[in-house]
Every structure is written in structure tokens, then in C-alpha cells.
Design a binder for this molecule. Structure first.
Ligand SMILES: NC(=O)c1ccc[n+]([C@@H]2O[C@H](COP(=O)([O-])OP(=O)(O)OC[C@H]3O[C@@H](n4cnc5c(N)ncnc54)[C@H](O)[C@@H]3O)[C@@H](O)[C@H]2O)c1
Ligand SMILES: N[C@@H](CC=O)C(=O)O
Length: 491
């Protein structure tokens, strides 16, 4: 089956049409299937293509290929693996515009944000190409006479990843680059809503000389692919980014084969604004932290807490700026907010707003669906902890704002959730900033800034937001085993 048609070529206007793949990259072959899944542009509802719906047999083929490729890949020097990863990185840089366009078509995010995600995704490949050289062990002063003790890091084995639709490239490379740099093959199953970004990455990996068994992309139903992965004892580690609900199901399924799981799950980020800050800086930060990717971001500010003396002024300015955001197709140059991923996401946003209204909150701007998968950028004031907007991740352009009186109350409200991914706070008081860094029960805390991610930082959550860390030097550890050697010295 030809992966591109004349229609898709002209329609999508890719400079390099062969990056648009409608087959899975399995065991070094572009592979189709009789059954397919349709993929739609969330902005128009139009079908943009079909991908193979592969099942358990294909997963076994992929694991066979990965297990066969593992010894030779693990035996390469870190420099040799780095060369392949850097070639992959170069391909991503070269095709940045096409990759961004593919992402906007399938995910809906504005093109400028998609370009930013491609840069972000590529940066993990470069980071881990370098970091693979530093998978150090250690020597241990011996407690036993006549012994030398040391540790070394070895590749864990065949690995797999299940990735979400909201960051269709970065969630693939943050996992795969770490696994490959550590000497492991990785089999990726991307979300069925956004498979084309991952398939384009597979095409670039192929061109970079990464062996077919080392990086594979398999498309199809998540549940059956996950259960085949979980059953197979050769798969030693699985990294999942997605909802807490599915993460919990994967923990249960992994028990029988005792796999290592890295889980990047849901969030419910507080964004705390104290009354000693520059109001414009805090409003800029809140807009950035709330509305990126239409609010469909695990790091999105889900609850904006403002100290009472600043509350009215903050609401006025924040609502005015929110009302000015332009909603549209992500390929339109002026778009700030794209569509939500599907009708279910729109219904959830609207339910959260109705629930808040019924419980006494005020809708200052937006608060309604705009047709199709679009929802108006919304500010809801006077939110209380009993509202769904406070308790659940809304994953939409709906901002929930509430007032607090003092630092103790802010911390109590912020920590009143089972999630613990990221917290933001704005304050001019250094002592308070330090105390908040300690007291907020989150894996990541951003103080006086909204942008905090990148390859050098350990990304991850506590409580029900997940386990393990991605990126940074710690990201390699998820894909290696720490082995201890006790060497007895003759005589
Ligand atoms: N912490 C992070 O780094 C991070 C990053 C992005 C998204 N997320 C979270 O992801 C969620 C939104 O993404 P989503 O709606 O795609 O989540 P989701 O859990 O529904 O889906 C995530 C992935 O799992 C697959 N999947 C669904 N059910 C499955 C099952 N039973 N077994 C195996 N795989 C299954 C999906 O097809 C998708 O590929 C939000 O909660 C968000 O916070 C977290
Ligand atoms: N925005 C996150 C992904 C979560 O949805 C990131 O920066 O990695």
C-alpha cells in the first residue's frame, strides 16, 4: 500500500511527502493490515488518513525483532549509539516544518506550538545522545576484607512505550531517546488520535540508520497491544504517559511479569499568586501556564489561587486577556487556541463549567462550546473545593480561579488533591518562595515562571501523578539495571 496519496500530498502540503506514513514500522518493514483506524483532523472532523489496526501477533513480531536486535545495539559503544541518535536529531531539525504541520493536522495545536514541540522533542534526542556516554557505575569502599566492590549500569532489555495524543512527538522521544541511549530497543504504541507524528519519527529513525528492531512504531488498539506487551517476559520496562486511570490499570497488569513501569500521569496544577507580585507578570504566567495546547497539557494550571487583596484586579486583567485569545484551526497563522481533541473533551469542559455555575461560581468570559471541537477560552471565578473544576483535571481552556487569605491556606488548598505533578507560585518574598518549594507536595515546582521543562530537568510527579523520572541524567536510569560486582582478590 502506498503510504501517501496524491490527495494527501496536495492537501497537507508537506515538503517531504514520504514523512506521511500510513503503515506501522514493524521489525524493519512498513507494515499494513486489513483492518484500519481512521484518523481525523480535530478542527474540521475530516478524515485525514487511516492507520493499520495491528493486534497481538504484530506485538509478538515486534518483540521478536527487538530481542534479536538487542545484543548488537547494547554492544555498540555509547559514541556509536550517539552517532545514530544525532543523525535522527538532524533529521528532525531538517524536517521541522513538516513534522510540525503533521502534528497540527492530527492534534489541532497551533502551528507555532507544534514547532515548539518539535524543537522540544528533538532536544531529548540530542540530550540522551550525549548523556548515554555518562551511564557511570561506582566503586564502593569495601566492608569485606580482600574484595573490590563496584557497580555498573546495563541495558534493562526490550522496552516499550504507550504515548498520549496531546504531545505526539515529545512524549515519544523523551522515552525512546533515553532507552536507545541506554542500549535498549523500544517499541512505541502512539495514541490512535495522533499516530502520524510517531510514524514520521520512525521514518526519520530509519533514515538515520537506527536498526528496524531498535525503534518500532506499532499502531492499533491500546488495550490489546498493552496486554500483549504485559504478558511477554522479554519486555522488561514500559513507560506510559496518559491518564491516572489507565496508569493504574497498567500497574495491575504488570504484576505478573514484574515489569519496571515509568508512569507520567494526570495533574491538577495549582498556580498561586501572592499579593506582593507584579500583576502583569503573574497574568502573563497564568495565561502561559493555562492555555498552552488549548489547556490539554498535564502541566496546565488547573486551579489559579490568588491572594485576596489582588483577586479582583487579577480577575479583571486575566479575563480581558483570555477573552482576546483567538480560536481557530491550528494552521491559521493568528490562532492562539485550537480545537479540543474530540467531542468528549468538549462535553467534559462544558460539564465542568455547568457544575461550577450551579454551585455558585461566576463565569467571567467564555463558558460555551463554539461548535465542532472548539470551546471558548473561559475564566470561572469563585471556584470552591467541592466543584469538579477544582477536583478534576479539566484538560480544556477553562481556567478556574479562587481566592485565599494567607500562605498556610494557599498550601492547604494547593495540596488538597491526589495529584502531584507540578505547582506554580508567584511571590516577591524569597523566604516564602523557599518555604513553598519545601511545602508543595509536587514533583516539580516553578517559582515566578511558567516555563520549566527541557531535557536537563527530571520530569515527573508524586502521589497519583506517577512514578519515575524522564529527561535529565535520571532519565537513563529508567532503562538500565544497576548491577553490583563483588570481586574477591586471590590471596
Ligand atoms: N505526566 C505527564 O507527563 C503527562 C503528559 C501528557 C499527558 N498526560 C496525561 O494524559 C491524560 C490525557 O491523555 P489521554 O487522554 O491520551 O490519556 P489516556 O490514558 O486515555 O491515553 C493515553 C494512552 O494510553 C492508551 N490507552 C487508553 N486506554 C488504554 C488501556 N486500557 N491500556 C493501554 N493503553 C491504553 C491511549 O490510546 C493513549 O495512547 C491526562 O490525564 C494528562 O495529564 C500526562
Ligand atoms: N507539557 C508536558 C507534557 C504533558 O502533557 C511536557 O512539557 O513534557
Amino acid at each position: 500500500m502506498a503510504p501517501q496519496t496524491a490527495r494527501t500530498r496536495s492537501h497537507f502540503q508537506l515538503d517531504t511527502p514520504h514523512l506521511w506514513r500510513e503503515q506501522a514500522w514493524l521489525a524493519g518493514h512498513w507494515t499494513g493490515a486489513r483492518e484500519t483506524l481512521a484518523v481525523t483532523d480535530p478542527a474540521t472532523g475530516e478524515t485525514i488518513g487511516h492507520i493499520p489496526s495491528l493486534g497481538e501477533a504484530a506485538v509478538v513480531t515486534a518483540i521478536d525483532a527487538a530481542a534479536a536486535a538487542l545484543p548488537a545495539w547494547a554492544a555498540l559503544t555509547p559514541d556509536e549509539r550517539a552517532d545514530r541518535l544525532l543523525a535522527w536529531y538532524a533529521g528532525m531539525r531538517q524536517h521541522r516544518e513538516d513534522l510540525a504541520r503533521i502534528m497540527t493536522l492530527e492534534e489541532g495545536k497551533p502551528l507555532a506550538e507544534a514547532r515548539g514541540e518539535i524543537d522540544y522533542a528533538a532536544s531529548f534526542v540530542r540530550w540522551f545522545a550525549e548523556e548515554g556516554r555518562r551511564a557511570y557505575g561506582e566503586t564502593i569502599p569495601s566492608h569485606l576484607p580482600g574484595r573490590h566492590l563496584h557497580t555498573l549500569r546495563q541495558p534493562i532489555g526490550v522496552t516499550a512505550a504507550i504515548t498520549p495524543w496531546n504531545f505526539p512527538s515529545a512524549m515519544v522521544t523523551r522515552k525512546a531517546a533515553a532507552a536507545l541511549a541506554a542500549g535498549c530497543p523500544m517499541l512505541v504504541r502512539p495514541a490512535s488520535e495522533t499516530p502520524y507524528s510517531a510514524l514520521a519519527l520512525a521514518r526519520l529513525a530509519e533514515q538515520a540508520g537506527i536498526p528496524g528492531g531498535i525503534f518500532q512504531v506499532i499502531t492499533g488498539d491500546g488495550r490489546s497491544i498493552a496486554s500483549a506487551l504485559m504478558r511477554d517476559t522479554r519486555v522488561r520496562a514500559l513507560s506510559f504517559t496518559g491518564s491516572t486511570e489507565v496508569g493504574k490499570a497498567l500497574i495491575r497488569q504488570s504484576a505478573d511479569t514484574v515489569k519496571r513501569l515509568t508512569l507520567e500521569l494526570g495533574g491538577n496544577a495549582p498556580f498561586i499568586v501572592f499579593d506582593d507580585v507584579d500583576l502583569d507578570a503573574a497574568v502573563d504566567g497564568a495565561l502561559a501556564a493555562k492555555f498552552q495546547t488549548s489547556g490539554e497539557d498535564c502541566l496546565a494550571a488547573n486551579r489559579i489561587l490568588v491572594q485576596r487583596p489582588l483577586y479582583a484586579a487579577f480577575l479583571e486583567r486575566f479575563a480581558a486577556r483570555t477573552a482576546a485569545l483567538r480560536v481557530g484551526h491550528g494552521l491559521e497563522p493568528d490562532t492562539d487556541i485550537g480545537p479540543l481533541i474530540d467531542a468528549r473533551a468538549v462535553a467534559k469542559a462544558d460539564q465542568h463549567v455547568s457544575d461550577a455555575r450551579e454551585r455558585g461560581a461566576r463565569v467571567l468570559t467564555g463558558g460555551k462550546p463554539l461548535g465542532g471541537n472548539f470551546y471558548a477560552p473561559t475564566v470561572v471565578a469563585d471556584v470552591t473545593p467541592d466543584m469538579a473544576l477544582f477536583r478534576e483535571e479539566t484538560f480544556s481552556p477553562v481556567a478556574a480561579v479562587l481566592a485565599f487569605d494567607d500562605e498556610a491556606e494557599a498550601v492547604r488548598l494547593a495540596n488538597d488533591t491526589e495529584y502531584g505533578l507540578v505547582a506554580y507560585c508567584y511571590t516577591a518574598d524569597l523566604g516564602r518562595a523557599t518555604r513553598l518549594g519545601d511545602a508543595l507536595d509536587y514533583g516539580m515546582v516553578a517559582i515566578n515562571c511558567a516555563k520549566l521543562t527541557g531535557p536537563p530537568i527530571p520530569f515527573g510527579g508524586v502521589k497519583q501523578s506517577g512514578q519515575g523520572r524522564e529527561g535529565s541524567r535520571h532519565g537513563l536510569d529508567e532503562y538500565s539495571e544497576l548491577k553490583y560486582i563483588c570481586l574477591g582478590l586471590p590471596g
